[in-house]
Write a protein that binds this ligand. Structure first.
Ligand code: AMP
Length: 281
């Protein structure tokens, strides 16, 4: 696997592959790679002749009181995992390479970015859209791979790509979970032993709520009950909502089109998110 920290090098390498007619896949990450990221790398490898993974802890998507400075950065481990996954090129730019002095552009997607995490993390999806746009334009992949774990992010990226006619296919990859249901996340390392014990309640609550809604119980009742249960267990709910699966508009009635439950919770100082599809009739 080759490693580069420069945009011009990234462009040159991808241009060579594309000139040779090889399909190129991009996997954007913030590093601290786990089996969820590896599922993206494997999907890219399967779908594309050449794969690029980026590792960039993007300051623009962190709020002032969030964990940018303490976010884990185990670069040597990450490189070993990407090599193992058969990635061709790791792109690991510095903050200065991506945001040189005087950088003044923001990509702002409305619609799917507005509720849920967007309402609780002001500026987060502007930061995501800006860095993903930059990565997609510079790497010019045929396909880019994003996890359903960050479902709202995936919908924001899809909308941006559609609105800007970016010539890339966005491929969503199902969430990889621990055996007890907890979605893998680089932030799970922050959990104390006790918090780690409570964390699977989030996925369990989502599964039970999804089943109750699919069985016809009024969504309002189901959500209220799930929120009260989680809070009582000490899993503090930031939001738990039923939304249209594509637009992420909130749904009050039993869904008839694809719908999704999305949640964010706090366990101590750690914020966890998860989501689940709701079966519709
Ligand atoms: P991050 O490094 O957290 O920015 O994540 C990079 C990519 O990996 C994003 O597209 C995430 O949605 C995806 N990802 C993170 N965790 C998981 C998981 N447990 N399962 C599948 N994809 C994931």
């Amino acid at each position: 696997m080759d490693i580069t920290r420069s945009i011009s090098d990234l462009r040159r390498r991808v241009a060579e592959w594309r000139a040779a007619g090889e399909r190129v896949g991009l996997v954007p990450t913030m590093g601290a790679l786990h089996a969820g990221h590896m599922a993206l790398a494997a999907a890219a490898r399967k779908n594309c002749r050449r794969t690029v993974a980026s590792i960039f802890v993007n300051p623009k998507q962190f709020g002032p009181r969030e964990d940018f400075s303490t976010y884990p950065r185990p670069e040597a481990d990450d490189l070993a995992k990407l090599t193992e996954a058969g990635t061709d090129l790791a792109f690991i730019p510095t903050v200065e390479e991506m945001y040189p002095e005087g950088f003044a552009t923001t990509i702002s997607v409305t619609g799917p970015s507005e509720g849920l995490c967007g309402a609780h993390r002001p500026g987060h999806f502007d930061g995501v859209a800006t860095i993903v746009a930059k990565l997609l334009i510079q790497a010019s992949p045929d396909a880019a791979f994003f996890g359903e774990k960050d479902y709202q992010q995936l919908m924001v990226v899809r909308r941006m790509v559609r609105d800007l006619n970016l010539p890339v296919e966005i491929i969503g990859v199902p969430t990889v979970r621990e055996p007890d249901g907890l979605a893998l996340s680089s932030r799970n390392v922050y959990l104390s032993l006790e918090e780690r014990g409570l964390a699977p309640h989030l996925h369990r609550a989502l599964r039970e709520a999804a089943a109750a809604i699919a069985a016809g119980t009024a969504p309002g009742t189901v959500l209220q009950r799930a929120i009260a249960e989680l809070n009582a267990l000490g899993v503090r709910v930031e939001y738990l909502e039923l939304c249209d699966a594509a637009s992420l508009a909130p749904l009050a009635a039993t869904p008839t089109a694809p719908a999704r439950l999305l949640a964010a919770v706090h366990l101590g100082r750690t914020r966890l998110i998860d989501n689940l599809a709701v079966a519709t009739t």
